[in-house]
Design a protein around this ligand. Structure first.
Ligand code: SF4
Length: 361
């Protein structure tokens, strides 16, 4: 297979229209135009949607986006909030470092840019949690800046259209994809919103992972993967890797309708969220209960292990359930919280803990 940045020669009338012009025309006719973060120049709303949409589907993001904006309507409101409040409104979306970075970035926008998002891609890229592609998308949507994006969907479109082989996570392959993305940019600033959105829409609706809908694709006439029968081989998948397995015991200590939680340290998994206390190998549940002020304790029901998958390992949570009828809460160390089960849906909890508490309530 040959691979390169210059596409095959378009046929017929398409020869007169560039890649960008065809994406723009297609987006205006068939792309998404009614999402709540579209048709706005408000960089705060655009930035929030871009961060939420990282590794997350549009349908999942929609209710979180609306709820988040109701609570934090602008960057100053977000910057002034506590991290707990921000995490509570993010809980369930996963990848919590995004929420912590979002909070820090809002504080930087207020402190360094007077509460206004910069239009410059480099300055946007310097904000916590804003990578090069996200910075370009914000600049394009808010200010028509001509800059390339390269999110997962766009990598797939370009790897196929230009027949670029190799796993896109490799630096050499990524460099070629950036060069390809740059070479295909529109010439007119006025096309940047439709072009940027069009690439995203094409990747999520037409040039999908399995069985791309090439017959409806606006750039099929010069797509090299289609011409060479490589659409099911590109982009080259990540080299297979077996995820390591980990197990951890957690204490579920109940006192009446309340459950004991501790704040997770950041950075680290679930950093800043409220979680069940971990039990080290040599900890006995009774000793840990006593550490939190619970002296009259009995074993609770046996609960099935919970399995949770992170990007880099699989975790089995073994739950040791206990209940107490006498608890001196003043003896609980700092960083502990007794949460009423009824309040769990509004708390910043890791997903498996939220699911467990919802089942108990
Ligand atoms: S022709 Fe098919 S493979 Fe090529 S860019 Fe379009 S949808 Fe993707």
């Amino acid at each position: 297979m040959t691979a390169g940045d210059s596409p095959a020669r378009p046929a017929g009338r398409e020869r007169t229209r560039s890649f960008a012009q065809r994406i723009v025309a297609w987006q205006r006719a068939h792309g998404r135009n009614e999402l709540p973060w579209q048709n706005t120049r408000d960089a705060y709303r655009i930035w929030l949607s871009e961060i939420m949409l990282q590794q997350t589907q549009v349908t999942t993001v929609l209710p979180y986006y609306e709820r988040f904006l109701t609570r934090f309507p602008d960057v100053r409101a977000l910057a002034a909030a506590s991290e707990d409040d921000v995490l509570a409104h993010w809980a369930g979306l996963g990848y919590y470092s995004r929420a912590r970075n979002l909070h820090r970035a809002a504080q930087q926008v207020v402190a360094r840019h007077g509460g206004h998002f910069p239009a410059d891609v480099e300055q946007l890229n310097a904000l916590p949690g804003v990578g090069r592609s996200t910075a370009a998308a914000i600049a394009a949507f808010a200010h028509d800046v001509i800059a390339p994006i390269l999110d997962g969907n766009v990598k797939r479109v370009l790897a196929r259209h230009a027949a670029i082989a190799g796993f896109p996570g490799l630096a050499t392959v990524e460099r070629r994809l950036w060069a390809t993305a740059t070479a295909r940019l529109p010439e007119r600033r006025g096309d940047m919103v439709a072009y940027t959105q069009g690439l995203m829409d094409l990747g999520s609706a037409v040039c999908v992972k399995r069985a791309p809908r090439c017959d409806t694709c606006p750039v099929r006439t010069d797509c090299r993967a289609l011409a060479e029968g490589l659409t099911d081989q590109l982009p080259t998948p990540r080299p297979r890797k077996v995820l390591p397995e980990r197990e951890q015991r957690y204490l579920l200590l109940r006192h009446g309708d309340d459950v004991l939680l501790v704040k997770r340290p950041a950075p680290g998994i679930w950093g800043g969220l409220w979680c069940l206390p971990e039990l080290a190998t040599d900890d006995t549940a009774i000793n840990i209960c006593a550490h939190f002020g619970a002296t009259r304790v009995t074993a609770g029901p046996t609960l099935a292990p919970i399995h949770h998958c992170f990007t880099h390992f699989r975790l089995t949570l073994n739950i040791v359930a206990m209940q107490t009828t006498r608890c001196d809460r003043h003896r609980s160390p700092p960083g502990a919280l007794w949460l009423a089960l009824a309040d769990a849906p509004r708390a910043a909890l890791p997903k498996p803990v939220a699911t467990l508490l919802a089942a108990l309530n």
